[in-house]
Write a protein that binds this ligand. Sequence first.
Ligand SMILES: [Zn+2]
Length: 397
Amino acid sequence: MAGLNDIREVNRLRLLEELRRAGVADRSELARQTGLSRATVATLVADFVARGAIVEESERNGAPGRPSNRLRLDPSAATVLGVDFGHRHVRVALADLSATVIAERRIDLDVDAGSKTALDTTAELAATLMAEAGVGGDRVLGAGMGIPAPIDRRSGRMPSASILANWEPIRPAEELAHRLGLPVRVANDADLGALGESTYGAGRGFSDLLYVKLSAGFGAGMILRGALHTGATGIAGEIGHLGVDPLGVICRCGNRGCLETVASGYGLRHVLAPTHGPGLTTARLLALADAGDTTVLAALQRAGTMVGAVLGALCTALNPAAIMIGGDLGAGSAPLRDAIRAELRRTALPPTGDVVLHAATLGDRAEVLGAITLALDETEWLRSADLVAVARQWTRA
Ligand SMILES: [Zn+2]
C-alpha cells in the first residue's frame, strides 16, 4: 500500500501548498486550484482540521443559503527563520507561516571581520529565539539569509573576493545550514530588502519596483513584473559598483570611482574625513545634516546627484513604477533623497522619471522580512523535504 500512501501524501502537500499560497480559500477553490476532486479535498481538509493544521471559519456574506467556510493554515503549525547580515550587525527573526514575527533580536557585530564568529553568533541567536518562543527544531522549516555582498546563485559563493574578504572562500548558506541543521537559502541583502518592501512595505501594489539600500554599503534590488530579478548569475543590482568618477578613489571592489565611494556610509566618511575626522558614523552625519552643517549637506547633495543620475538611467532602461530608498542613510536623509529625485527627474527619459520615489517604510527590518519571505516562498525545497516532514507530523495521531 506504499504507492497509495505516496499519492495521499502528494495530494496532502498540494493542498497545504495551495492554502499557504492563497492564504484563505474555501473547499471548491482548493479543488479548482489543485486539480483534486471535491471529495478528495473534503476528506483531506477534514483530516487536517481534526488535527489542528487547518482552521475553519464560517462566513455569512448576507447571501441566503449555506455559509461559505473559509479555510486557512494554522499559522503556528510551523515557523521559519530570517537572518539579515549587514557589515556591522546581524538580525535574526522567527516567524510563523503567515510571516508574523514571533521573536526577533538584533546585535551589533563586526560581520566583515570573519564568517566563523558571525555564523556561530547567528546560530546562537536562532537557538535563543526558538527557546524564548517555545518552538522546537521540528517546527522550523528552514531559513532565509541575506548577506551584504554579491552572491553567485550557481555556486552559492561570493564572486567578488574583496567584498566580505574575510568570509572567503565559504558558501554562506551551507555553513549556516550545517550549524542550524536546517535548509538555508541565501540572497544579497538589497534583493531581500526589495522583497520585504514589496511584500510588506511601501512597495506593495507595484509590480515594477527598485529598492535602493544606502547604508554602510550600497546596492539595489529589483522587482520586475512582480518577481525578484537577480539576473543570469544572481549579481544584478550591484549599482554601488557602477563607475561614476574616473578620477575618484579606489573602491574595495578594486575599480576606481564607484558610486559606493561617494554615496555610501563608507564613501561619505572618506569624503568628509578631512573636515570631520576618520570616525564619522552615519548617525552623527545625519545629526550634523539636521543641524545645518554646510560641508555635510554639500557632500549629501553631491552624493544624491550622482545616485540620481544612475537611477535616472535605470528608469530609462527599466521604467519602474516606484523607487524605495532604504538603508539607515537613504531612509534617514531627506536632503539626500531630494537631491536624488531632482537629478533623476532631470536625466530620465520622460515620462520614466515620473516615478514614485520615497523612503522605504520598513526601516532596517526590510531585509529580515525579505529573508522570511524567501524562506516561505521557496516551496520547491519545502516540498522536497521539510513540508513533507511537517505534513507527516500533522497526520500522525
Ligand atoms: Zn566598487
